[in-house]
Design a protein around this ligand. Sequence first.
Ligand code: GLA
Length: 380
Amino acid sequence: MSTGDASDLTRAALELLETAGGTGSVAAVAWAPGRCTLVGEHVDYAGGQVLCVAVDLGIAAAVRRSGTARYLVASGETIVTRDDAGPAGDLGDRVLAPVVALRARGVSVPALEMGVAATLPAGAGLASSAALMVATATAILRLLGAGMTARNLAAVALSAERDVLGIPCGPLDQRAVIDAPDGGALLLDCATGGVESLIWPWPDAVLVGCDTGVHHDVGGQEYRRRREETESGLVALGATSCQELTGAAIDSGRVDPEVRRRLHHVMDETRRAVEAADAMRRADLGALGRLMSASHRSLRELHEVSTPALDAVVSAAETVPGCLGARMVGAGFGGAVVALVTRDGAVACRRAMAAACGGATFELRPSPGLAVLAPDVVRG
Ligand code: GLA
């Protein structure tokens, strides 16, 4: 995204706030990008490695002190007013969750009025929830003139989702949204928390996304089940992360066939992510594409988180000349597909993907994370 687009979105958030709440005290704004996993899906909660980028679609938040001690949240057509920030079962829950998480870390946050605007599709597997938490938390910290380390900001955003909203997500999305480098990809080791930045070495290759527009796991129950199966398998095998697994240990372990499939997925997928990072270092575009397609097959057959619509979009993309590989992105059970394609093949690839599911398509450009975008807030 160009700075122009990001500032258009922050202006939209500000306008929503002023339309809903009238003129008030000066607002602080922040913009956070979404994330697109390249390879390494469903391994973050198993201590695996993930290769991902932050993208140029995102969420903007505008925040100001409430003049009345009541909270106000404006997002799209919806306006919510409240006496407190805790979950109440309405749209305000997600926007206000960072308020609760920041207070739990000792930050004194007053009653607020907030406007939120997005270019990132919700429920598409592109971390819109994490982008919302991070954008809102950053805008609040800006309003208070406060700063935080990248690690602490990621912890606040994760706690807002897990502890306040009860979503059982892993650490991937928050870290990607905050730590992604400018113009490259992030290799995140979820066992150690370590990161490595890699340059995007292909000016003539692009990532195109297609949102199927369908989300089957709205309550996150299937996601929770995959997570529990994987974690129980690791415990049964005495492993602390999927990076320690071997095929022999999985096959000789006393685990259900279902759990065995999950363990094979996380073992192979973390290795693929490491190989994909190596493909970027060698600028081997074909190798990255093949790893992306292999990732999709494993998510479909072993982790069983794909859908017929996602599979159809992946197959349609893969038949287009210039497409190097394609895969579902994010938690699955619906959402979007991302394809790696030469610039010359991008238009045909988008057309084929859209024809396969009737969904919207877009280009996803590797973009900087919050630590680059907001040095006034993310300190160290
Ligand atoms: C969701 C979760 C992440 C991660 C991905 C799958 O986006 O929030 O923690 O598990 O699914 O890789």
